[in-house]
Design a protein. Structure first.
Length: 499
């Protein structure tokens, strides 16, 4: 099976990866003749970032659910794994989705570069290169050399590029390089208007393309000519004004322009990238709390993050012959943007173009319908309906075990939180009436009705489950639960909602 290595950089990287995990959980897959295993590698010096921690937990739940159910066709059917599980030799990697940046926590930048140990000429050069000002965690103006890096690079990509360059010498990069095969691909997620993402994208891209010249790893021609895609997320949210914070909304556009100017020569101008996706939202909406990181930095999910996740699906649909690379140079670079049919502040499924609707509409609705049943009707039907009683049984004991009670239940709760956050954001994405009756669940869809037509309610849901389970065999209770509800929700949505 081919692998897609995803480098998710900074807070935006974690949030886009969270949206991708939700899409994959719903059963969305690329329209490709190849199956891809997903290997996420999160790169963020801010380890206490709540967005990062939420994504790590979600990925862990997904992995446990998918492995227990056996990657069957339906919900959670794309395999997600950590890099350490690919290593055949003695395991030297953390069993985590997060790359461990060395010597960053609790350090100032000048301590990281051993500024006090530099000779006079190099010390003077460092003073010139890092002569700017920033705001520290206490709200005080400091020189860039005195920036504390444990909450990230707070809008300073020149610092980030120095620190993140350690990636090329890490155990993670060595194992990634040694395990990379010709059929594999790479995708890089980053924002362009901050520090960590703007620095991380070109740094990681360069390290991959220069892998043959890296004396710390075994040369890998496949890696040098890797098929690499990336999304560069431009400003898409607003933040509150805070004179004591190093983050200023007025700097977003100027930082974006500076980064794009650099990319023109060092990313797009030298054909380093095979497929580059651009996205932004000028609407910006209600401002987030201005939190540079020391208070946890947790943002509500945003539609731009979900659309950015779709760029990864799109990248996997591009045929290999359109992503040819020779000597580290893309033969025919591809550049893409995204637009919606209706410029709505509260987007629903019909506001997307047909391709996007067809890609996400049915599957997201299936997962929403599954979640609704679990939260509202499961206890009423378990051990009473034929679908629950038939072997392997889905009884109360099964639903008290960790597969459901720890991993699946937690994931579905977070799926509901994700949908809620998307809906209350501005610009929002609100495809569902989460607290409605079943027949009003999907906005923009009219349920087919008639005097011979059954109502869309939990009686119909149970009848469909019973019909689908009749005469079927399943390898396990976990596989039965996911397959049965995937097939039943699909039938209800197609027959009643017109998908």
């Amino acid at each position: 099976m081919a692998r897609l290595y995803i480098f998710a950089i900074g807070g935006t990287g974690s949030r886009v990866l969270k949206s991708l995990t939700m899409l994959l959980a719903s059963g969305i897959k690329p329209n490709s003749n190849k199956e891809f295993e997903i290997v996420p590698i999160i790169i963020d010096p801010h380890k206490s970032n709540d967005d990062l921690k939420r994504t790590e937990r979600l990925l862990g739940n997904y992995q446990a659910i998918s492995e227990a159910a056996g990657h069957t066709n339906g919900f959670f059917n794309t395999k997600i794994t950590t890099l350490d599980k690919l290593v055949s030799s003695e395991n030297r990697l953390a069993k985590s989705f997060t790359f461990n940046l060395q010597e960053v926590g609790g350090k100032k930048f000048k301590e990281y570069i051993d500024f006090n140990q530099l000779d006079p000429s190099n010390s003077a050069l460092a003073d010139i290169l890092f002569s700017g000002k920033s705001i520290n965690k206490s709200g005080e103006e400091v020189n860039l050399l005195d920036v504390e890096m444990d909450i990230g690079f707070v809008g300073n990509p020149n610092i980030g590029s120095v620190v993140l360059n350690q990636f090329k010498d890490s155990e993670e990069f060595k194992e990634f390089a040694s395990n990379y095969n010709e059929e594999d691909r790479v995708f890089i997620i980053s924002s362009i208007f901050g520090g960590t993402g703007a620095a991380g994208f070109p740094t990681i891209l360069k390290n991959i393309r220069d892998a043959m010249n890296n004396t710390n790893i075994n040369g890998n021609m496949f890696l040098q000519d890797a098929k690499i895609g990336a999304i560069s997320v431009m400003p898409y949210f607003n933040i509150e004004s805070d004179p004591e914070s190093p983050i200023n909304k007025s700097d977003f556009i100027s930082k974006t322009k500076s980064a794009l100017y650099y990319y023109k020569d060092n990313v797009t101008g030298n054909n380093s990238i095979n497929a580059l996706y651009y996205i932004l939202d000028e609407h910006n909406g209600n401002p987030y709390e201005n939190d540079p990181g020391d208070n946890g930095q947790q943002n509500n999910a945003h539609i731009i993050e979900m659309i950015s996740a779709l760029s990864i699906i799109d990248f996997l649909e591009i045929p290999d012959n359109e992503l040819e690379t020779l000597n580290g140079k893309a033969s025919r670079p591809i550049y893409k943007e995204f637009g919606i049919r209706k410029d709505s502040h509260d987007v629903i499924l019909p506001d997307f173009e047909d391709k996007t609707q067809n890609k996400i509409g049915l599957n997201l609705s299936q997962l929403a319908l599954f979640r609704k049943y679990l939260s509202e009707n499961l206890t009423k039907s378990v051990e009473k309906q034929p679908w629950s009683i038939g072997e392997p049984q889905l009884n109360k004991m099964f639903f008290e075990q960790s597969f459901y009670n720890t991993n699946l239940k937690d994931f579905m709760n977070r799926f509901g939180e994700w949908l809620t956050e998307l809906s209350i954001n501005n610009r929002g994405f609100s495809p569902f009436n989460l607290d409605s009756t079943l027949d009003a669940l999907v906005k923009g869809k009219t349920v087919k009705s008639g005097w011979l037509s059954k109502n869309v309610d939990y009686t119909l849901y149970d009848d469909t489950l019973n019909s689908k389970s009749k005469g079927r065999s399943y390898s396990s209770s976990e596989q039965k639960l996911l397959s049965l509800f995937f097939e039943s929700s699909e039938e209800i949505l197609k027959s009643k909602f017109g998908f």
